[in-house]
Design a protein around this ligand. Structure first.
Ligand SMILES: Nc1ncnc2c1ncn2[C@@H]1O[C@H](COP(=O)(O)OP(=O)(O)OP(=O)(O)O)[C@@H](O)[C@H]1O
Ligand SMILES: [Mg+2]
Length: 407
């Protein structure tokens, strides 16, 4: 498995950053001020949606000005006490450790999610830091309004807007060229439009659908999406023809959906084909008990309960259906499904993120953002590596299934 393309193809220079001309110019103007001495606005606030180039721009700036780059995360409990030291507020530090340009660029990520925000201690420290820093300071935030206005007022504002589909396509093109992939422009457009302004998301999608290919066609994306839907219908068919619990279990396992989602599909589709009232009662009973067990399993992360819930929704439903079935077209649970997906997936997703964060010594947010999509790819393409990850992180069935659907 190759490294994540968002890392591998990250622009190293400011001119490699697409679609953010105004932001890059603003950043340069502010940084030039530091070359001449200490500018009036010692800190710049880079704000905007995820995956628009804020962190990449900070790193490229440091590189071009030959400044040492020091990145810290404001949500970390230790950061605010440590950062004054690296910013050179403590008098003794001076330029002893500074880079060739004589300065270091101090980047404070997640400034909108600062530790100690509740009692305002975090922001008090930040305010002092901005006033006293001896080195250029970049605050990065998704939501600039989450930062108190008196702090915002002391910063140069640099907005990273959501990227246009055209800007995203341009970057995807470049990456395809470097990976020696011939991409149908329509395929790139689909990816770019789906990403909704988020370059990280687009590049990860590209890697998922193009890894190992010489050509990328629109059908590669469409098929990938259709596959998933189809497998649910296949699964429902198999549920209605299964003769024993073992068959049902195998079907459920090969289904590309977390159990919670499978249950919503079952609930929507199976009862309407069951004719016999007594069977229908048993079917509903199995569904509602599966739902209860899933709830418990989710809270307790208990292996055994997942298995029990799966058996109830699978075998419990399938073998209660009776002989007498009516024909009906399976339908997607639609809105209901969407609701269940976001609610339940979020819980599973957060559980996975926590495990990754713990293992990789990082925040759950970063685990979710930078590591999880990559693991998703691993789960999709490399069974052996996936098994190793499951063991290493001690993932439950639901969690590993969740990662599988991410890829
Ligand atoms: N404007 C851009 N031009 C080229 N590549 C980009 C751009 N924006 C993002 N990328 C790509 O997406 C990846 C993620 O971007 P980056 O880390 O800068 O996002 P961010 O704005 O800091 O997001 P977040 O708010 O989630 O931290 C980069 O590694 C790079 O490959
Ligand atoms: Mg970032």
């Amino acid at each position: 498995m190759s490294e994540p393309w968002v890392e591998k193809h990250r622009p190293r220079k400011l001119k490699g950053i697409v679609g953010q001309q105004k932001a890059v110019q603003g950043l340069l103007r502010w940084a030039e001020g530091w070359k001449r001495g200490k500018p009036y606005k010692r800190a710049a606030l880079l704000y905007g949606a995820a995956g628009t180039g804020k962190s990449v721009a900070a790193a490229a700036l440091a590189d071009e000005f030959s400044w040492d780059l020091i990145e810290m995360n404001a949500s970390d409990r230790r950061t605010m006490s440590e950062i004054k030291r690296v910013a050179g507020v403590a008098a003794s530090v001076g330029t002893l450790f500074a880079g060739a340009g004589g300065r270091r660029l101090v980047v404070l990520d997640e400034a909108d999610n600062i530790h100690g925000a509740a009692d305002r201690g975090g922001y008090k420290a930040l305010k002092e830091l901005i006033a006293e820093t001896q080195n250029p300071l970049l605050l990065i935030a998704n939501d600039q309004f989450a930062i108190p206005w008196d702090i915002r007022m002391t910063c140069a504002w640099i907005n990273f807007g959501s990227l246009t589909a055209d800007a995203i396509i341009k970057e995807l093109h470049r990456i395809c060229k470097e990976e020696k992939i011939t991409a149908d422009p329509r395929a790139l457009r689909v990816i770019a439009e789906t990403a909704k302004g988020d370059m990280r998301c687009a590049i990860t999608d590209l890697q998922t659908s193009a890894t190992g290919k010489k050509r990328l066609e629109p059908s590669d994306l469409a098929l990938y999406r259709r596959d998933r839907e189809l497998s649910v219908y296949d699964f429902l068919d198999r549920l209605l023809s299964a003769e024993n619990a073992k068959e049902v279990r195998a079907a459920l396992w090969s289904l590309d959906l977390p159990p919670e989602d499978a249950l919503v599909w079952i609930d929507e589709n199976i009862p309407k084909v069951v004719v016999d009232p007594a069977s229908l009662v048993r079917v509903y009973d199995a569904i509602s008990r599966a739902d209860i067990f899933l709830g418990w399993a989710k809270r307790g992360q208990t292996y055994g309960l997942w298995g029990y819930a799966s058996d109830l929704m699978g075998a419990g439903v399938a073998l209660s259906r009776g002989r007498n079935l009516r024909r009906a077209k399976f339908v997607s649970p639609g809105v209901l499904r969407h609701y269940a997906r976001t609610r339940v997936d979020r819980a599973v997703r957060d559980a996975v993120a926590k495990k990754i964060a713990l293992r990789c010594h990082t925040s759950a947010r970063i685990a979710r953002r930078d590591i999880m999509p990559y693991l998703g790819m691993v789960f999709k393409h490399d069974k052996e590596a996936a098994d190793a990850v499951v063991e290493e992180l001690e993932l439950t069935d639901a969690e590993s299934k969740f990662l599988k659907v991410q890829g």
